[in-house]
Design a protein around this ligand. Structure first.
Ligand SMILES: [Zn+2]
Length: 288
């Protein structure tokens, strides 16, 4: 075809122009989808709960945005905000790093917990903040999760936990790993009290959090396309797991293999949680 070269050149130029346009985009107006490269108008993206309208990519949400999208307006009351981690290993520059992330995220730690209402049902809720040191689980994160569970037991309320984590916080060494046992024991106390516990796994939920309270919900939900697993793909390869299937740490793979109960798109999350609570809370009330 005589025109192939011409069209080829044209599309090459078009790509170049598109790239220049992207670079020149004013800050705060547009966001580029990392999955399909579509340029998304921020107002539209917010309206769509930060999900790409073209490819359904679920952007990460801050903890407070998640709460705004999930619980009844004005119902959230945060607790355990006074907790501060120590630096038990004298890890170099740990305090400075924490101060930097507090400033950047406006949060005191990588986990937010509180009381709220969802469709008028009183609940306890926890939301991990990936923007704070990769939602790594240190002693404060673990303590907040535990207090959320203890509050749920004391007040006979269901618990919803939006999980996310890159793993245990290395800066606190063994104290971080101990949170796995502590939070798992707290889940057992919720079970004994007959209270519903719903986990929502968001991108990414890995390592120590995945291997403890995030896998122990009565119902385990995941957002589409989330990375869910214990060791990351690189570590799994180093550990000799070379024949792993492709996408073995996605929500879809986990559902197919019975590790989670359902995948729920963000737009349907609130209504799904409401339905589960209306069913589970009534059941719990009968038990108590
Ligand atoms: Zn997209």
């Amino acid at each position: 075809m005589a025109n192939t070269g011409w069209f080829g050149r044209k599309s090459k130029n078009a790509r170049k122009i598109a790239r220049q346009t992207v670079d020149a985009l004013p800050d705060g107006l547009w966001t580029k989808c990392p999955k399909c490269n579509e340029i998304l108008f921020n107002k539209e993206l917010e309206k769509n709960l930060r999900v790409c309208g073209k490819c359904n990519y679920h952007f990460k949400l801050s903890a407070y945005d998640r709460l705004v999208f999930t619980v009844d307006d004005g119902s959230f009351e945060e607790f355990a905000t006074e907790l501060r981690t120590a630096n038990p290993l004298n890890f170099p520059k740990y305090e400075a790093k924490l101060a930097e992330y507090r400033e950047k995220s406006g949060l005191d730690e990588s986990m937010v917990v509180g009381r709220a209402k969802l469709a008028e049902i009183p609940i306890v809720i926890g939301v991990a903040e990936f923007g704070f040191l990769g939602a790594s689980m240190g002693s404060v994160y673990g303590e907040k999760v535990t207090r959320a569970m203890e509050t749920a037991v004391a007040e006979k309320k269901p618990l919803i936990m939006f999980c996310s984590s890159g793993g245990a916080r290395m800066h606190e060494g063994i104290l971080s790993l101990m949170q796995m046992a502590k939070t798992s024991a707290a889940v057992a106390r919720m079970n004994q009290a007959g209270l519903p516990y719903i986990c929502v796994l968001t991108d990414p939920t890995t390592a120590g959090v995945h291997a403890s309270f995030a896998s122990l919900g009565d119902v385990i939900i995941a957002e589409p396309g989330a990375l869910i697993g214990f060791a990351g793909a690189r570590v799994a390869t180093q550990a000799g797991l070379i024949n792993r299937p492709p996408n073995f740490q996605t929500s879809e793979f986990q559902l197919e293999h019975g590790m989670i109960d359902m995948i729920v798109p963000r737009r349907e999350m609130k209504s799904t949680l409401t339905k589960l609570l209306q069913f589970g809370y009534r059941e719990a009330a009968n038990v108590i």
